[in-house]
Design a protein. Structure first.
Length: 463
């Protein structure tokens, strides 16, 4: 985490109290996700690259408790906006806590997840190097309709932000628009923020008025043009959310490829921002790698696989159409195709899980194989065990789950049914087709099936 820029105190306020009515959702807008993180998490993480958690204030309102709970582990502070009265009002909700804090104050928004840390840093440096009352991010659009236009003086400084409805015909021709992201001299901000009025059609306190207010007080406001306007995209609808999600994931895939990961047909792959992947790993088309997944080097993830919140160490091979959730795979593990590691599994080095095998809360020892059509739940299985096709652990009695333990070097024949609680000893054999209900000692043979009866000519006579 970076120290505050230069030696001047830096405070970052993130406005995240809005309803987001155009999202047509019962969930607050900033709680919707892009790239596997909520919108507000993206912005908070950007802020934390620039300053310490205690210097980040998130203004909450709609579903405030949920937003606080989401961000609590990041250590940021909160201010409450009980009524939605505009951006100026939202910032004033921090006044009692921040009015005596000197230095710089940056205003960001909880629905702009594409804004880069480097861009905010440049804004702060511009304000500081010029000793300006404020600096503001702007951008140039081919179609600026609906946005506040930037009015400059002869020196190129901002003198006003004119909203679309109030703009003259000449002002509507201006293509430079306001992004609403500011770096203020904190002392000047708190000295003059009370001058914002509600003389606008919405009857709200607009932070954009601070441009004229600071100019009137003798301060200068400097614009900083950002060429890539997509970086400033705010989200108001599900369409915009989808656009931002695509951009976030493209950024992630691009960085992984630059870091040495091969992604085949990256436009088809979904990778969350929190994912880490080592060099020389190959990601095949249509995979989804989600949450906090960590994948090592020299791995391969097959097409259409889904991996979430899991750890894959080096040289792990995942066949196509495999689902892995909250599991740990040690080096050299092979799973798939069509495997399902449903929940909390640990596969030790060199173990193998094949097609149509499901694991749940199961540990496989080194070199153990379960290659076909099996269900292994609530199990601890030793090293170099063979699990035959069709084997299942009967771990649920209708009320609670029970454990199965299988010792090192055991052989479980095909179509075996292991009724838990169950323990099978080291080096023992379970005959194919057995139903096993009692403990099997080390090096024993267990058979649990009826004796075969053959009635000759029976079928012929029946016909």
């Amino acid at each position: 985490m970076a120290r505050p820029l230069m030696d001047t105190p830096l405070t970052i306020v993130i406005l995240a109290a809005g309803l987001g009515t155009r999202m047509k959702s019962r969930k607050a807008k900033v709680l919707h996700q892009a790239g596997g993180k909520t919108l507000v998490e993206h912005v908070v993480d950007t802020a934390l690259e620039l300053t310490s958690p205690e210097s980040v204030i998130v203004v909450v309102g709609h579903q405030a408790d949920t937003v606080r709970s989401l961000l609590a582990r990041r250590g940021v502070r909160f201010a409450l906006q009980t009524e939605q009265k505009g951006t100026g009002h939202a910032l004033k909700c921090c006044e009692s806590e921040l009015e005596h804090r000197t230095g710089r104050l940056v205003v960001l928004y909880g629905d702009t997840p594409l804004l880069r840390m480097e861009t905010v840093r440049k804004l702060i440096e511009l304000q500081g190097s010029a000793g300006a009352a404020a600096a503001a991010i702007t951008t140039v659009l081919d179609e600026p309709h609906g946005y506040g236009r930037i009015v400059r003086n002869a020196a190129g400084e901002m003198v006003a932000v004119v909203e679309e409805k109030a703009a003259t015909l000449d002002q509507k021709k201006i293509r430079e628009i306001n992004a609403g992201i500011y770096c203020f001299d904190a002392g000047l901000l708190w000295r003059h923020i009370g001058s914002i009025q509600t003389n606008n059609p919405a009857g709200e306190y607009y932070l954009t008025d601070m441009v004229e207010i600071l100019n009137g007080a003798g301060g200068k406001v400097l614009p900083m043009v950002v060429e890539d306007s997509s970086e400033l995209l705010g989200i108001n609808t599900r369409l915009e959310l989808a656009t931002v999600d695509r951009i976030v994931r493209e950024r992630k895939a691009r960085q992984l490829m630059l870091d040495g990961v091969t992604i085949e047909k990256p436009e088809t792959v979904t990778i969350d921002m929190g994912v880490k992947i080592g060099p020389d790993t190959v990601i095949e088309p249509f995979t989804r790698i989600l949450g906090s997944t960590v994948i090592g080097s020299d791995c391969r993830v097959g097409s259409c696989s889904i991996i979430e919140d899991s750890t894959l160490e080096d040289d792990v091979q995942v066949g196509a159409f495999t689902v892995i959730g909250t599991s740990h795979l040690e080096p050299g593990v092979r799973v798939g195709p069509y495997s399902r590691l449903r929940l909390d599994n640990h596969l030790e080095a060199g173990s193998q899980v094949g097609n149509f095998v499901e694991l749940k809360k199961t540990r496989l020892g080194k070199g153990t194989k379960a290659l076909h059509l099996a269900y292994l739940g609530d199990s601890t299985i030793g090293a170099k065990v063979n699990i035959g096709a069709g084997t299942i652990t009967c771990n649920y009695d209708g009320k609670k789950k029970h454990q199965t333990k299988i010792g090192d070097g055991a052989f479980v024949g095909s179509n075996s049914t292991l009724v838990a609680p169950m323990e099978i000893g080291d080096g023992s054999y379970v005959a194919a087709g057995s139903v096993i209900t009692s403990k099997v000692p080390d090096d024993a043979l267990a058979l649990g099936r009826s004796r075969q009866v053959v009635k000759e000519e029976w079928a012929k006579k029946r016909r």
